[in-house]
Each structure stands twice: as structure tokens, then as C-alpha cells.
Design a protein around this ligand. Structure first.
Ligand SMILES: [Zn+2]
Length: 299
């Protein structure tokens, strides 16, 4: 799992509020690396930076998806200047987490910031946007779908229901058959579910299935934290993996096992090659996920 998140998890263990998760302090220098995905689409990464950032060059300007940990906004903007002389016009955040939105505060006030409406409500609770006096906060929201631009510049934003949080946007570049899916699909392992920000263990597989069935003509996925892109077929496998986990977990809890006891029995089914059995400790690890599911099953 992502080192930043695992480090963050250490802060959370020990009974602190799960909502208190904040990205860790930067260890070492900030170095932004660039991977060209298509002629006018890049992914920016960096050790300790947090979530993957997408940079999409349109005819009239640059659209950025996610802005990483505190302190990374300016380095992202500096790197973009090396890629294109065009101005940054738009910033889209896939969800509320600090390792995806904190760099927002360094973006010029002229930049349009777009998020799913629940994500805006979640961001309004974050200290970083109180400290910035609202700079970097979302300006425009959508509920289920929004289209920005047209033709080669079109970007489609979708929301299909709760998963990692209750505001996970999928950002599609249709002309490039590519999507940034944020942390809905962050790695080949059990995903993090942030209950304090409306994430759902119960609805996660259903949301993934809706994404996979509802969005057409995407081949390439930029994932929240993975070092390489995945395919639309990989998303289908990830949805099945989550469905199998949910079926197992519901069975274990219905048989009367405690979340702690059930957690000891979870194994990655053999057919999911390349999937890690490790579960990030953040948000209570595997017992925390099972407790969340238990609460959701009672509703
Ligand atoms: Zn996240």
C-alpha cells in the first residue's frame, strides 16, 4: 500500500478519531516526476506526494486532476510550466482526502475548482481550507454527471455512489479513452473506506459495477496511487474482488463472528493474481472495514 497512507495510519491507530487523518510531514526533498500517458496527458508523481496528479492540455489551457499533499501545489505548477506554456484553467479533485486536495491552496485564485457536491461538503470541514481563508476550495460542483469542454478537449465527470468516500469522482478524457479514477481503485488490494467521509463497504462493489457498466470507451485508467496505469478490464476484476470480499464478509458477520475474529480468516481468493493480502491499517484495517460493514448492515 502507499507509504504515505501507511505512515498516516500510524497516527490514526490508538483511538484517535478516524476523521483526524492528515497527510504526513514531507520526508526528504519534493521531486515531481512526469510520465507521458498520451500526447497531451501526463501523470505527475513524487515520493511522499500522495495521490497521482493528471495534467491534460486543452486548446485553451491546462486541466489538472488532484493536487497532492501539503506543499506540493507549487512544485506541480512549476512542473506543468515545463510541459506546456498554456495557463492552468481548471483543477478537479477526485475526492476530499488531504493527499489529493492539499496542494489546491497554491493554485491561482483564477483557477476553476470542480468536485462532486459531497466532496465540497467534506472539504469544507478540512482545517487547511480554513487556514487558507477559503483559497483552494471547490467553486463548482456536480451531482451525477458534468461535461466540461467539447471535442478533443471534452472531460466527463461521473459519480456513481459511495465507495472510498461519498464523493468519488471519475474523470474521463473521452478523446484519449483514459480516465482518472482516484482512490476508488488505488491498488490491487482491499481499498480504504473512509466512513467519516461517507465511504461504504456495503455499496463499494455496486458502485464499481456501475462505473464499469456506465462509462464507455475507456481503455486506460490512471489510479489514485499506483505507479502504473491499469486497464478497464482490471477495473472489472477489482469490482469482482470487492464483491467476493463483501459476500465473504457478510457471511462471516451473519454467522455471528466478531469483526476481529472474522478479520483473521480473510484470504485473497487465488484467482486474483497480483493482488496483495496486506490490508492498509488506516481506518482500522480489516477489522475496521468489517465494523463499518456491520453498522451498514444494521441500517
Ligand atoms: Zn483517498
Amino acid at each position: 500500500m502507499q507509504r504515505a497512507l501507511v505512515l498516516g495510519a500510524l497516527i490514526v491507530i490508538g483511538g484517535l478519531s478516524l476523521a483526524a487523518y492528515q497527510p504526513p510531514q514531507q520526508q526528504g526533498p519534493i521531486v515531481v516526476t512526469v510520465e507521458k500517458v498520451k500526447d497531451n496527458l501526463w501523470v505527475l508523481r513524487g515520493e511522499g506526494g500522495g495521490g497521482n496528479t493528471a495534467v491534460f492540455a486543452t486548446a485553451n489551457g491546462i486541466v489538472v486532476v488532484d493536487a497532492k499533499n501539503p506543499g506540493w501545489g507549487k512544485p506541480i505548477l512549476d512542473k506543468i510550466k515545463e510541459l506546456s506554456p498554456k495557463p492552468v484553467t481548471t483543477l478537479i479533485n477526485t475526492h476530499t482526502h488531504g493527499d489529493h486536495v492539499s496542494g489546491n491552496v497554491d493554485f491561482p485564485a483564477t483557477v476553476d475548482i470542480v468536485v462532486q457536491e459531497n466532496t465540497k461538503a467534506n472539504m469544507e470541514k478540512m482545517p487547511i481550507f480554513k487556514e487558507s481563508g477559503g483559497k483552494g476550495m471547490a467553486k463548482r460542483t456536480f451531482k451525477d454527471k458534468m461535461t466540461i469542454g467539447k471535442g478533443a478537449d471534452e472531460i466527463d465527470l461521473y459519480y456513481y455512489g459511495p465507495g472510498h468516500t461519498n464523493g468519488d469522482a471519475i474523470v474521463v478524457f473521452p478523446a484519449l479513452r483514459t480516465a482518472h479514477i482516484g482512490d476508488l481503485f488505488a491498488g490491487k488490494n482491499l481499498p480504504l473506506v473512509d466512513a467519516a467521509n461517507g465511504g461504504s463497504v456495503l455499496h463499494y462493489p455496486e458502485t464499481l459495477n456501475k462505473v464499469h457498466a456506465g462509462i464507455k470507451n475507456v481503455d486506460t485508467i490512471i489510479n489514485g496511487h499506483m505507479p502504473t496505469q491499469t486497464t478497464w478490464a482490471d477495473l472489472k476484476t477489482f469490482a469482482e474482488f470487492n464483491q467476493d470480499f463483501l459476500t465473504w464478509a457478510q457471511g462471516a458477520l451473519k454467522s455471528g463472528k466478531s469483526a476481529e475474529d472474522a478479520a483473521k480468516e480473510w484470504k485473497v481468493p487465488e484467482k486474483y493474481t497480483g493482488y496483495s493480502p496486506n490490508v492498509a491499517a488506516l481506518f482500522g484495517g480489516l477489522p475496521g472495514r468489517l465494523q463499518r460493514l456491520q453498522e451498514e448492515m444494521k441500517k
